[in-house]
Design a binder for this molecule. Structure first.
Ligand code: GAL
Length: 625
C-alpha cells in the first residue's frame, strides 16, 4: 500500500529536506513523486545538467526508507526552451501563440519539444536507473494540453490519412457537402480553428481522437526509453479527468503499468463522497483488474471553484479510504509541503503552512497508520465486487459536447454521475465498461445518454439482452454513428430493435412534466412509438415515456434520482437505502460512515455493527453477505 505525495524539494532550502524525510517517516510515507516540475533546475541551460541537488534528495529519501516515483519534468519546459524554440509554444484556437510564465506551455507535435523531452528523460534515466530509491517512473503530468499550430496541422493530416486513406472517405465521414466544405487536397484540412459560425462536429471529434493519440505518442516514447534502462520498474502517468481533457483514458490505460488518477472533487460533503466513489470506480475499471493508484488529491481542503472549503475532521482519511475500498493500491497527495510562493501557494499540502503541529498533519499521520494496518489485512487485497456496469465512452462524451445539438443542456457526465450516484446511495458498487466490453458478468448495464454508438457495439448490447441481461438506456443514446452522423429512420437509431421503440421527434423540455407513477421528467422528452416494447410510465397525454422490451428499458426523459431508482427497481435491482458506504474488496468489507450520525450495518456474522459518525471499519465479508 503506497502512501505519499508529490515532493518538490526544489522549492525549499536544503535544511528543510532533512526535516521532510523525518516527517515522512513519522507519517508513514513510503512513496513520493519527485521532480514533476523541476526541468529548469535540472537543466538550467540547454544541454547543461545539474543533478547534484537531486542526488542529495534521492539519497536522503533512500536513507529514510522512502521510495521514489521519479518524474520526467516535461509538463513545464524552462523559459530558455521557449525562447530558443518559439515554434514549440502552443497556439490557441484563436491563433494566439502563448508564452512561458505558467506550465504546460509546449506543443506536443513540435519536433524541438519532442527532442528536448526525450533528452531530459534520457539524462534522468542514465543518472538514476540504478538508484536504490527508484521504484517507479512518472512520465509528465496530467496530459491534456492542446495546440492548433502548423506542426499540429501536419500531424493531424497524417493521422487522418491513416484513418481514412482517401480524401473522399474523410469528406464523407465529416459530411463536408454541408456548407460547401468539401476538401480537394489534404493541405486544405486544418485542426479546428476560430471560424465564423458553428464548426464541423465530426472534425472536432476527430481532432480530439487525434490529440489523444498524439499525446499518447509523447508518453509511449518516454515510457519505452525509460523501460530500456529499467525493464523491471513500472511506468505511469497521472490521469486528469475533465471535459477539457482530450485523452481517452480507457485506451491509455493499456499503455501504463499502473493506472494513476488525480482526483479533486468539485464540492464538499456528500458531493465529494459521490464524486470520490465515481472517480475510484472509473480508475478501477480503466485498470481492468491491474493495480491503480490515487496519485493526487488535496489534503484537508476541497476546491469548489469559488473558494476552498475545509474538509471536516477525518474527511481526508475517509476520502482516501474510499479509494482503497474501491481497489486503490495507494493514496498520494498533491503535495507534500504547501508552497510558500508561486501560482499554487494556497494549495493544500500534507504539511500545511502552519507546519507539522497542526490538526491536518495529525490526520496525515493517522491515515498513514491506517493504511499500513489495511496492508497487513491481506484479505482486503482482492477484486472489488460489482454487479452493475455503467457504459463509459470518452468519444460519446466528446461528441455530446458539440455545439448545435437539440439542447445545450445535454450533459453526458451529469447523466453518468446521476446513474452512479443513485447506485451508490442504494448499496451498489459499479464498474464502468466500454460499449464493446464483454458484459456477461453484470446483472445490469446502465447506458446514460450514449450519443455515439457503432453498429458493432449496438450488436454487443443486443447480445447482452438476448442472453438475459438487464439494460437501462437513457434518452439520446445510439442516435449517431461513430462519425457523429445521425442514424436515419427514427431514434434511438442503433438501439431501436433491442429497445423495441421508434422515436419520431425530440422535444427538449423547458419545464418539468408529470409522468404516471408519481414520476417527473425534466430536460428532455420524445415522441415514442412502441414497436415491441410496452409502456412502463407515460407522459400526461398517455404517450409512452418509459418503456420495456424483455430486459431492455428505455427512458425518454430525465428523471430525478428517486425516479431513476424507481426504474432500477422495476428492472429488478434491489435498491435498499444505504447511508453508509459499503464496498467489498477481496474478502473484506470496507464500511465508511461519511455522515454525522451513527449507523448500524450487518457486520461480521450478520450481527449488527455500529459505526460512529465518521467512522471507518473493515471486517470479514464471508459472514456478512
Ligand atoms: C493537479 C496537478 C498538480 C497541482 C494540482 C493542484 O491537477 O497535477 O500539479 O497543480 O492539480 O490542484
Amino acid at each position: 500500500m503506497f502512501y505519499g505525495g508529490d515532493y518538490n524539494p526544489e522549492q525549499w532550502p536544503e535544511e528543510v529536506w532533512k526535516e521532510d524525510v523525518a516527517l515522512m517517516r513519522r507519517a508513514g510515507v513510503n512513496l513520493v513523486t519527485v521532480g514533476v516540475f523541476s526541468w529548469a533546475r535540472l537543466e538550467p541551460s540547454p544541454g547543461v545538467y545539474d543533478f547534484t541537488w537531486l542526488d542529495t534528495v534521492m539519497d536522503l529519501l533512500h536513507e529514510g526508507g522512502v521510495q521514489v516515483d521519479l518524474a520526467t519534468p516535461t509538463a513545464s519546459p524552462p523559459p530558455w526552451f521557449s525562447l530558443l524554440h518559439p515554434d514549440a509554444l502552443p497556439v490557441t484556437v484563436e491563433g494566439t501563440r502563448l508564452t512561458h510564465g505558467s506550465r504546460d506551455t509546449y506543443c506536443v507535435s513540435a519536433p524541438p519539444y519532442r527532442q528536448a523531452s526525450m533528452s531530459i528523460a534520457r539524462a534522468l534515466a542514465e543518472r538514476y536507473h540504478a538508484h536504490p530509491a527508484l521504484a517507479m517512473w512518472h512520465v509528465h503530468n496530467e496530459y491534456g494540453t492542446r495546440c492548433h499550430c502548423d506542426h499540429v496541422a501536419a500531424a493531424f493530416r497524417q493521422w487522418l490519412e491513416t484513418r481514412y486513406g482517401a480524401l473522399e472517405a474523410l469528406n464523407e465521414a465529416w459530411t463536408t457537402a454541408f456548407w460547401s466544405q468539401g476538401y480537394s487536397a489534404w493541405e486544405q484540412v486544418t485542426p479546428p480553428r476560430a471560424t465564423q459560425y458553428l464548426p464541423n462536429p465530426s472534425q472536432a471529434l476527430d481532432f480530439r481522437r487525434f490529440l489523444s493519440d498524439e499525446l499518447l505518442g509523447h508518453f509511449t516514447a518516454q515510457r519505452d526509453l525509460l523501460k530500456s534502462f529499467t525493464p523491471h520498474l513500472p511506468v505511469t502517468t497521472n490521469f486528469v479527468f475533465g471535459d477539457w481533457v482530450p485523452v481517452n483514458h480507457h485506451r491509455w490505460a493499456r499503455e501504463v503499468d499502473v493506472v494513476a488518477i488525480d482526483h479533486y472533487p468539485s464540492g464538499p460533503g456528500t458531493t465529494a463522497v459521490e464524486e470520490g466513489a465515481f472517480a475510484a470506480d472509473l480508475a478501477r475499471s480503466w485498470a481492468g483488474g491491474r493495480p491503480w493508484l490515487l496519485m493526487e488529491q488535496a489534503a484537508g481542503v476541497v476546491y469548489t471553484g469559488a473558494r476552498m472549503a475545509a474538509k471536516r475532521e477525518g474527511e481526508t482519511i475517509r476520502h482516501s479510504m474510499q479509494h482503497v475500498a474501491r481497489g486503490a493500491e495507494g493514496v498520494l497527495f498533491f503535495q507534500w509541503r504547501a508552497s510558500r510562493g508561486g501560482a499554487e501557494q494556497w494549495h493544500a499540502g500534507m504539511v500545511p503552512h502552519a507546519g507539522p503541529s497542526s490538526r491536518l498533519f495529525g490526520e496525515i499521520c493517522e491515515l498513514g497508520a491506517l493504511l499500513s494496518d489495511t496492508e497487513a489485512d491481506t484479505e482486503a487485497d482482492g477484486e472489488v465486487a460489482a454487479e452493475v456496469a455503467l457504459l463509459w465512452d470518452a468519444e460519446a462524451w466528446w461528441a455530446l459536447g458539440s455545439p448545435g445539438l437539440p439542447s445545450l443542456e445535454l450533459d453526458y457526465l451529469d447523466a453518468l454521475r446521476q446513474a452512479h450516484r443513485v447506485l451508490y446511495h442504494h448499496g451498489h458498487t459499479a464498474d464502468f465498461a466500454a460499449p464493446s466490453a464483454d458484459l456477461s458478468r453484470y446483472r445490469a448495464v446502465l447506458v446514460p445518454s450514449l450519443y455515439l454508438l457503432s453498429d458493432a457495439d449496438a450488436a454487443n448490447l443486443a447480445r447482452y439482452v438476448e442472453a438475459g441481461g438487464t439494460l437501462v438506456v437513457s434518452f439520446f443514446s445510439g442516435v449517431a454513428d461513430e462519425h457523429a452522423r445521425v442514424r436515419l429512420g427514427g431514434y434511438p437509431g442503433a438501439l431501436r430493435d433491442v429497445l423495441g421503440v421508434r422515436v419520431e421527434e425530440l422535444r427538449p423540455l423547458d419545464a418539468p412534466v408529470s409522468l404516471t407513477h408519481g414520476l417527473t421528467g425534466t430536460l428532455w422528452s420524445e415522441v415514442v412509438h412502441l414497436e415491441g416494447a410496452t409502456a412502463v410510465a407515460a407522459y400526461p397525454d398517455g404517450a409512452p415515456a418509459i418503456t420495456r422490451r424483455r430486459g431492455a428499458f428505455y427512458l425518454s426523459t430525465r428523471l430525478d434520482d428517486a425516479g431513476y431508482a424507481w426504474v432500477l427497481r422495476q428492472a429488478g435491482l434491489a435498491m435498499p437505502d444505504s447511508p453508509v458506504e459499503l464496498v467489498r474488496r477481496g474478502d473484506t468489507v470496507f464500511a465508511i460512515n461519511h455522515t454525522d450520525l451513527p449507523h448500524t450495518v450487518a457486520g461480521p456474522g450478520g450481527g449488527p455493527l455500529r459505526l460512529e459518525p465518521g467512522q471507518v471499519r473493515l471486517y470479514p465479508a464471508q459472514t456478512s453477505r
